[in-house]
Design a protein around this ligand. Structure first.
Ligand SMILES: [Fe+2]
Length: 355
């Protein structure tokens, strides 16, 4: 988990062989004859470590800064419950749309409000969504993830609450046109033939069509859906719009969509990226996606990514102690033995988040 607010001080029994100078003793060390060998609160140095070994002491209690189990945080628990519920609601809504060709707007509106309400109080959870067990409901999870991320970005851009809600709703609906695609095509992930890819791209037009015939839907929501694959340089689809022609909601959705897609598409395969790599990939897309939106997202997200325990490309685990905002996967990490490594000065990088 990330940020200092998620850590707490706790007493941990530490093997003397793994002690690092600077740690604080959590309790008195008493000899077998009842004599205090070293008192509580002492700061451990190398000579004290040597003495423990001489005294044949294998383990000592030290004050350790540990991560609080995020599940124990009521806000995070509430977010996970609401997240799982949202995924099933969206899945059922897509089934209904296939049958009726109508968007159940009140269902999407209620789900978007619930996502918006919960995400602000559990924003530190956003980098952990990808540690949930893999499943085949990618399309629906993706809608909920993009809605949550888009709501956060809109908040970080200091949008008023009604805009945050509208962006979250547009994001929840952004891929609604996928309800008109063959299910097998959706399950194929990114490995599509050219003809399958053109069928896939039609989800945007299907989405616009479904939205336009929905009573009471705002034009902004329709544009959010219709422009989410447009790119700043005109390289997107379906219209090849550029810069200011692209609706502001769609600019936010595009960033959330690219970030989430890199993380979750084929998430069971080795191609799946960690949030660190996905942010790097997003930064590389800046000529194509709105710079202000993507930079504020990368900046805030890298703060969340500090503090995580990660696995490196050589298999070793370490804690991220300082995030490299330019190249998040090449951040500064610390191993359990206290050794600090600047990954940007090595040929290693962060492979995935352990917790
Ligand atoms: Fe899409």
């Amino acid at each position: 988990m990330s940020s200092a607010s998620n850590t707490a001080k706790k007493t941990v029994e530490f093997e003397v062989a793994h002690l690092v100078p600077g740690m604080e003793l959590a309790d008195d060390i008493i000899s077998e004859y009842g004599k205090v060998l070293c008192s509580k609160g002492s700061i451990i140095n190398q000579s004290l470590i040597d003495k423990f070994l001489t005294w044949d002491i294998n383990k000592v209690p030290v004050i350790s800064e540990i991560n609080i189990n995020p599940i124990a945080d009521p806000n995070v628990q509430k977010f996970i419950n609401s997240y799982n519920k949202s995924v099933s609601v969206v899945q059922k809504a897509f089934d209904d749309i296939r049958q009726t060709q109508e968007i159940p707007m009140s269902t999407f509106e209620n789900t978007a409000s619930s996502i918006t309400d919960n995400v602000s109080s559990a924003s530190q959870m956003i980098d952990q969504l990808y540690n949930l067990p893999p499943c085949d409901d990618y399309t629906f999870r993706h809608c909920v993830n993009v809605s949550a991320i888009a709501a956060l970005i809109a908040t970080w851009l200091k949008s008023p609450p009604e805009i945050v809600n509208a962006v979250s709703l547009a994001a929840l609906l952004h891929d609604v046109g996928k309800s008109q695609l063959p299910v097998e095509l959706l399950k194929q992930g990114s490995r599509l033939s050219p003809s399958e890819y053109s069928t896939y791209k039609a989800h945007v037009l299907h989405g616009i069509e479904l939205a336009r015939k929905t009573p009471g839907i705002s034009r902004s929501i329709v544009s959010g859906i219709g422009h989410h694959h447009e790119r700043e340089d005109g390289s997107g689809y379906p219209k090849g719009l550029m810069g200011k022609e692209i609706h502001p909601y769609a600019k936010i959705i595009a960033v959330a969509d690219l970030y989430d897609e890199a993380l979750t598409i084929n998430s069971t395969s080795e191609d799946a990226l960690s949030p660190y790599q996905s942010l790097e990939k997003l930064r590389a897309q800046i000529p194509k996606v709105d710079a202000k939106t993507s930079l504020i997202f990368i900046d805030k997200m890298t703060d969340f990514l500090s503090g995580n325990i990660v696995a490196l490309t050589d298999g070793r685990q370490a804690r991220v102690v300082f995030t490299n905002k330019e190249y998040p996967s090449r951040s500064i990490v610390q191993f359990e033995d206290g050794v600090v490594l600047d990954l940007s000065q090595s040929n290693l990088s962060i492979h995935y988040i352990v917790r």
